[in-house]
Design a protein around this ligand. Structure first.
Ligand code: ADP
Length: 397
């Protein structure tokens, strides 16, 4: 039996996992536990294409992890698991790369929790539960922020009093780093160039969306900031906004800080603009049927993205390739077209047929032969976490 790595992505009420084979890099077993903390918590598994779902006896993270352990035993896969890799959103300035879990690492993730109060506590819960249920296995953490730690200070500093940076960690961190690392390496292979010699902008467009300038394989600027709110228009997040909106809305609507924060993170973006949905596919269908809200939302999304892509090329000095990934980047030929058509001055020329062909797992080049290449690449954050984990525990996969 091949060795494998269990990759865990733990949220406050959900736990996503994948068992990645160290040799062939395939996910042989995947699953998702949802509604953790509620009476109707459940877990679903996918093994060799077959799906099954069961209600969790103990409807919390510990119960979900125990169900995974039992499933691995049932499928005679438990002995193949050599280590566990955890996704962690925020590693602050301390974690410049992935790390083996120790007490000190856990304490440091705890210290970073104030920067990601919704995410890090949930990851810590997942880590502690995994240590409890799989006591003999080495475990690692892979951070969304690490990739961006190579940003120069001119890119990561906000123009606010320096004491806020020194004493309160106020700076731009950036997210989606695991995806960027994977996609940049894949893009270099597709371009037939050493990664160290590339200058690329990558747009990771999912429910959360960001874009990053990657020079020689290293992150040099990105659109997300202290938190994932900054930058592009997202499913429910506003992206760039004037900070004074807090005092303005407080007086206009009588909202407190939490009320405005909630409005900008959960009720804005595509959802807020369209007054219909945060789901890009649904909005494209509605726009085709003439829904004005959907048309406006997609227009603002595409313009903001094109504007940020152009801005990020300043950090590169040139553009070797533009990369699209994430659910929207990998599937929405409509938005890719809308973005590329606004970037002709950077040397990008769309190949309409190639663009339409790159959906549902089809990756490839979507620009003409005489254009700066734009590539669609299917991201694989789980594989990246598994590879980091294998390396850190000395599996060499
Ligand atoms: P997450 O950030 O939650 O991982 P995903 O990367 O799965 O999100 O991306 C989800 C987004 O991708 C949704 O807005 C969804 O509508 C969009 N999407 C998926 N398939 C398509 C498609 N065929 N056309 C347009 N948008 C799509």
């Amino acid at each position: 039996m091949n060795s494998s790595i269990l990759v865990i992505n733990c949220g406050s009420s959900s736990l996503k996992f994948a068992l990645i084979d160290s040799q062939n890099h395939q996910a042989c077993l995947t699953g998702l536990a949802e509604k953790l903390g509620l009476a109707d918590a459940y877990i679903s598994f996918k093994f060799n294409g077959a799906k099954d779902t069961l209600a969790l006896q103990e409807g919390n993270h510990s119960g979900a992890m125990h169900a995974i352990l039992e499933k691995l035993q049932q499928l005679s896969l438990l002995d193949s698991v050599k280590a566990i890799g955890h996704r962690v959103v925020h590693g602050g300035e301390v974690f410049k790369e992935s790390a083996l879990i120790t007490d000190e690492v856990i304490a440091e993730i705890e210290r970073c929790a104030k920067l990601a109060p919704l995410h890090n506590p949930a990851h810590l819960l997942g880590i502690r539960t995994a240590i409890e249920q799989f006591p003999g296995l080495p475990q690692t953490v892979v951070f969304d922020t690490s990739f961006h730690q190579t940003m120069p200070r001119k890119a990561y500093l906000y123009a606010v009093p320096m004491s806020l940076y020194r004493e309160h960690n106020v700076r731009r961190y950036g997210f989606h780093g695991t995806s960027y690392r994977y996609v940049a390496a894949e893009a270099a292979k597709m371009l037939g160039k050493p990664l160290e010699e590339t200058a690329m902008v990558c747009a990771h467009l999912g429910n959360g969306a960001s874009a990053t300038a990657i020079l020689g394989g290293k992150g040099v600027d990105t659109t997300m900031g202290l938190t994932p709110l900054e930058g592009l228009v997202m499913g429910t997040r506003s992206g760039d906004i004037d900070g004074n909106i807090f005092s303005y809305l407080a007086s206009e609507l009588g909202l407190d800080i939490n009320g405005v924060t909630d409005l900008l993170n959960k009720k804005s973006g595509l959802l807020g603009l369209s007054e219909l949905s945060n789901d890009c596919r649904e909005l494209e269908e509605a726009a085709q049927n003439g829904h004005q809200g959907a048309i406006v939302a997609l227009e603002v999304f595409a313009y903001r993205l094109a504007k940020h892509i152009a801005a990020l090329t300043v950090a590169l000095g040139r553009l070797d390739a533009l990369l699209f990934t994430g659910g929207i980047g990998e599937n929405s030929s409509f938005l890719r077209e809308a973005v590329i058509k606004q970037l002709g001055f950077l040397g990008l020329k769309l190949d309409d047929d190639a663009n339409r062909a790159c959906i549902r797992g089809n990756a490839g080049r979507i620009t003409t032969a005489d254009s700066v290449p734009a590539l669609v690449i299917n991201t694989d954050e789980e594989l990246m976490i598994a590879q980091d984990t294998a390396r850190l525990v000395g599996l060499g996969a």
